[in-house]
Ligand binder design. Structure first.
Ligand code: PRP
Length: 179
């Protein structure tokens, strides 16, 4: 399927499955090399990261654990007006090497919030592994150690990423077409 239709928008393939899989395997091999002996805990951020995390983990060959968290947004009284609460982390991460797996880093605010929360529990180190990064949209300084692909500021779906909840199931990544 070269193009797909979701609600009012048409999307065309921009990153084919083979390219995604190649870069995911590369990132996994970097993690295997760098974190050997550290028994990392992978923390996957739902919902978007589910497919990236599953494929990444199939290439991880060092001893490790995996857990899943969700950041729940609700209107609050912070400066941004949005408060994100981290739910679901039950592991004791004190002294552990943590690898956060994300589908996309956009403004970086989600990562900043999650890292601040994890750091309260005194891990040994926190690394970010993101399938996609939009360098043009980063608003906060972030050290993203593992990046499968940098992309422009386009609206994309597929491979875990959604448009209003739809489109997460596709194997390829699609970019919205100008209509
Ligand atoms: C998306 C994505 C990241 C976040 C990145 O999640 O999965 O978690 O946005 O954006 P940021 O860098 O600007 O914070 P979303 O809140 O859409 O939820 P989802 O994972 O369930 O799609």
């Amino acid at each position: 399927m070269d193009t797909i239709r979701i609600k009012d928008k048409t999307f065309a393939v921009s990153i084919p499955e083979a390219d995604i899989q190649r870069e995911v395997a590369r990132v996994a091999n970097e993690i295997n090399r760098d974190l050997d002996g550290q028994n990392p805990l992978f923390v996957s951020v739902l919902n978007g990261a589910f497919m990236f995390t599953a494929d990444l983990m199939k290439h991880i060959t060092i001893p490790c654990e995996i857990s899943f968290v969700k950041l729940v947004s609700y209107a609050g009284t912070s400066s941004t007006g949005i408060v994100k609460e981290v739910i679901g982390l039950n592991e004791d991460i004190e002294g552990r090497t943590v690898v956060i797996t994300e589908d996309i880093v956009d403004t970086g605010l989600t990562m900043q919030r999650l890292i601040a929360d994890l750091e309260k529990h005194r891990p040994r180190a926190i690394h970010i592994a993101s399938l996609l990064v939009k360098p043009g949209k980063l608003e906060v300084p972030l050290d993203i150690r593992y990046v499968a692909m940098n992309i422009p500021n386009d609206f994309i779906v597929g491979y875990g990423l959604d448009y209003d909840g739809w489109g997460r199931n596709y194997r390829d990544i699609y970019t919205v077409c100008n209509e």
